[in-house]
Every structure is written in structure tokens, then in C-alpha cells.
Design a protein around this ligand. Sequence first.
Ligand code: ADP
Ligand code: ASP
Ligand code: MG
Length: 407
Amino acid sequence: MSLLVQKFGGTSVANPDRIRAVAARVLRTQQEGHEVVVVVSAMGDTTDDLIALARQVAEQPSDRELDLLLSTGETVSCTLMAMAFRAMGQEAVALTGAQAGIITDNSHRRARIVAVDPQRVTQELEKGRTVIVAGFQGITDGSDITTLGRGGSDTTAVALAAGLHADRCEIYTDVDGVFTADPRVEPRARKLDEISYEEMLELAKLGARVMHPRAVELGEAYHLPIVVRSSFNDNLGTLITGGKQMEYRRKVRGIAHDPDVAKITVVGIKDRPGVASKIFVPLADAGVNVDVIVQGTAVDGVAHLSFTVSKDDLGKAVSLIKNLLGEIGAQTVLSSPGLAKVSIVGTGIQYTPGYAARMFQVLGDHNINIEGITTSDIRITCLIDQSRVQEAVQALHEAFILDQPVT
Ligand code: ADP
Ligand code: ASP
Ligand code: MG
């Protein structure tokens, strides 16, 4: 008998009918002889709605209370799911993240799992019950409730699967698997039958929100096969795994985009050693992720420094830098929220020169201005205007995926 962890995302459990449909599907899998632990996200847009509600009472709600509030979304869906199972005659128990042993550090809103203690889950399974765990939430050693960052239920599922030594973690969502680009932005995107952890991680970090990046990292670390598939049909989905030499088959595996990027420019910085660290260390300490960094050449000992942050972190980052202006000898800080990142990702990129040139040419042919560039071994990212993102994704997808022979 194999042990599966099956995670169902927000759209998959958006209303009572969907919750019953998911319970029926899990029951079928159990009847086929598998043991299943279910992880659920909050119903539909619940998390967005709760954030909006909090902002109606406070402009900057405190992270600790926000976490407690947001965790209720997943608590609602897991309790309803357990009730649906019982109504179908199957013994079931709903567990919060804390009850399921998801122990995190205390960085509210983006907590990291430090340990999984699945004792209670195991005990309930031994009693023949279906266990339904609230995703996205955990508990600190000081008994505070935390959340794992947007999209974090995937990470709960993979962590639990690793802790339980499950055979596989299945991520059920509202598309058929991992595609060569977001199928809602590029309808010609193709579903991938399999993808390596490395490529999936890069796509996820660059905006392909079908998987939470930390879930992919955990899957790789624990050699856990992850399958992404639809909860709306029985299609096979995409296998994320480290196996085979599949990376070399296709140079560019996918196009990722992130439409919610903000650029910060620190104007008139003194060109002297140590200035960059005075900016980036406090940002890192505040948990702000910095990506595309562009430093202009200094003229008369004065330079400008631009970098991107996610739109959500913009307010925090700008106020931090404003406080540093005197210390770093800069004149002012400017911010522009309306940017996007588009990226080409593939392990093949590192072995073949010319990808960057071709990417710039494709964007240039479409008259799309590049405001910044960043690269790693397996990706090239361009910063562009938000309003051009769909056109850029489609153009790059055509050039790098559709025009390539399938190998
Ligand atoms: P869930 O609520 O099930 O966790 P998400 O909204 O987090 O679902 O993720 C699924 C969505 O990810 C899809 O609806 C799709 O629009 C988007 N997406 C972005 N990039 C990709 C990609 N490369 N392949 C598949 N889906 C993608
Ligand atoms: N409900 C949370 C979110 O909307 C977590 C998740 O769906 O994975 O981000
Ligand atoms: Mg998700």
C-alpha cells in the first residue's frame, strides 16, 4: 500500500460542491488501496479577502495578527473537508498545521518550516481515519501561529510527505500540470510530462505560481517525486523529479513571468566601497528579496543604483532606504511599481551561447524596452513594462518553444 499526500489548491475547494467532489475523489484513491493524507488551501479567494479586510482596519496590520487571521482560511476548508468525508461514511479528522506538527521559525508571513513532527497524523492514520491538514500554516516553539508565504500550502504538503516518508506528493490545481508558459497568458503553451527540480525551482521563483518554490526545494532535498495535476479531470499531469538526463533534451523548458515587480532607484550615491552592503544588508535583514540589480557607471564619483523587489515589499523597502540616505551619502530614492519580469529557463542555456542575444532581439523586434537584465546558469530575466508582459511571454514562447523541434 502506498502513502500519498494530496494537496488541493484554492480553486479546487472553492465551494461546498468542490469540497464534496474532492472528498469523493480521495475516497476513490483510498478504495484503490492507497493511504492518503490530504492538505488543503483556503477556499477560493479567501486569503485575499482576509488581507483586504485587515487593511480596512489598519493600513499596516501587524504580521503576527495577520498570520493568525490568514490561518483561519485553511482552518475553515480543512474542517469542512473532514465533515464531507464523514457525511460519505469515511472516518476523518481535520488538523491545523500546529496539530499536524508543522514547526516553523518566527518570521511571520514568510515562515520557514524547521521541523515536521507527524506523530499525530500517523496515529490518526493508524485508526483508519482520513487526515486533512490545513496548509500554509505552522506554529513556532513559542506557540505563535505563522504562515509560510503566499502559495505556501504546496510547501506544507511536500514537508509533510517528506516527514511521513510518503511515496509521492500530488499537487492538485486548476490546470493540467506544468506548462511551457502560464496557459492563461499563452494559450499555445504545452503541458510538460516531466521537468527537473532545478528547472521547476527556477520557473517557480520567477513567477510560475503553479508550484511554491520552497516546495520544489524540499522535494529535491528529500528526493520526493511531486506530481502536479488537475483536480477537475483525470489527466496525468507533470512529474517533477531529478531522474534521467532529461534536462538536456530541450534548451529552453519554459517562459516565466512575474507581473508584480517594482523598481527602486537610489539616486546620487557616493562611489565608494561598502555602500552597496549598507543598502542590501538592512533589506535582507527585513526579509526583502532583491532581484535585478543595475548599477550605473559613476560620473564625478557619484552613481545610481537600481534594483527590483516584489510589489508587496515596495513600501517597506523604500522607507528603509529613506532612513539610510544620509549614511550612504545618496540624494534621493525613486520607485516605480508598474514593472514585470519575463524569463527564459532551461538547463540547456548554460551550454549554448547566444541565448541572451536572441532574447533581446525578440523583445526588440516587438519594440519592448528592457529596463534591466539578470542571469544565472539556467535563466535569463529581463525587466520590462507591466503592460507589455503578455506580448513578451507570447513572443518569447514562440521563438524559444514553438519554433523548436520537439526532441
Ligand atoms: P492553487 O490555488 O491550486 O494553488 P495557483 O493559482 O497557485 O493554484 O497556481 C495555478 C496557476 O498557476 C494556474 O491557474 C496558472 O494560471 C498559473 N501558472 C503560471 N505559470 C504556469 C505554468 N508554467 N504552468 C502551469 N500553470 C502556471
Ligand atoms: N491560501 C494561501 C494563499 O492564498 C496559501 C495557498 O493557497 O497555498 O496564498
Ligand atoms: Mg498555489
